[in-house]
Write a protein that binds this ligand. Structure first.
Ligand code: ATP
Length: 217
């Protein structure tokens, strides 16, 4: 008889600027929690993003919006560890920190949208990320899987079925099929700058927060 499959505790983190958080982030985080039966699904705002311009809202406001957005959703958590550091956030360092806390036997995953994954080779110590965690790559309207280059080879070497997350603590790249929402923070900021309402692209309480705090005007 085959040995029973080891089922590990599973945690995943969606890192982002969340400038502002929107329904694309929230829906994917909740669907992932359901689909993968995650024991913990965290949203982690970065302090200063390494690969892009400085955010339009302060770190404190971005964290506050994440807190408000998930206030009624017990399946999702806010992790503020990157905001507590006054330096750029490197995913490798963050994962090393978390791995040190949770120990070697928890299945840990870092979640990235396809728009971020296709630039993975520009990340600090990117090939070593899989020594610390799995990568969950989420489809995003307008972005396709890379077919050539460093990211394509990395994917080909490490791609595994979703079940890998149950049995191994790190090392796989998985691509779950989730609903794709064509929502981006950039488009929301642009709408606000033009005096248009972004309502229905993000939770109502975040919409109110943006108006009350005159963000992205
Ligand atoms: P911006 O438009 O400012 O770049 P964004 O909408 O991409 O922002 P981020 O905070 O940069 O939001 O995204 C955090 C993570 O969530 C990234 O890995 C990104 O790819 C992913 N993501 C954001 N929106 C979506 C979406 N609609 N569908 C799938 N993944 C998404």
């Amino acid at each position: 008889m085959a040995a029973p499959q080891k089922v590990l505790r599973k945690e995943a983190i969606l890192g982002g600027t969340f400038d502002p958080i929107h329904n694309g982030h929230l829906r994917l985080a909740l669907e992932l929690q359901h689909a993968l039966q995650l024991d913990r699904m965290s949203l982690m705002p970065c302090h200063r993003p390494v690969h892009r311009d400085n955010p339009g809202a302060s770190a404190q406001a971005r964290a506050e919006m994440v807190r408000l957005a998930i206030a009624d959703c017990p399946q999702l958590e806010l992790d503020e560890r990157e905001l507590r550091q006054d330096r750029p956030s490197y995913t490798f360092d963050t994962l090393q920190d978390i791995r040190g806390e949770i120990g070697p036997d928890v299945s840990l995953s870092w979640v990235v949208g396809m728009d971020a994954f296709i630039h993975l080779s520009s990340w600090h110590r990117w090939q070593e990320l899989l020594d610390l965690a799995h990568l969950i790559v989420i489809g995003r309207p307008g972005y396709r899987l890379p077919e050539q280059g460093a990211e394509a080879e990395f994917l080909q070497t490490h791609r595994a079925p979703l079940a890998a997350l149950d049995t191994t603590p790190q090392g796989a790249i998985v691509l779950p099929a989730l609903s794709m929402l064509d929502i981006s923070a950039t488009a929301i900021r642009q709408q606000l700058a033009q005096g248009l309402s972004p309502r229905y692209l993000l939770p109502d309480n975040i919409c109110d927060y943006l108006v009350d705090n005159r963000l992205y005007r």
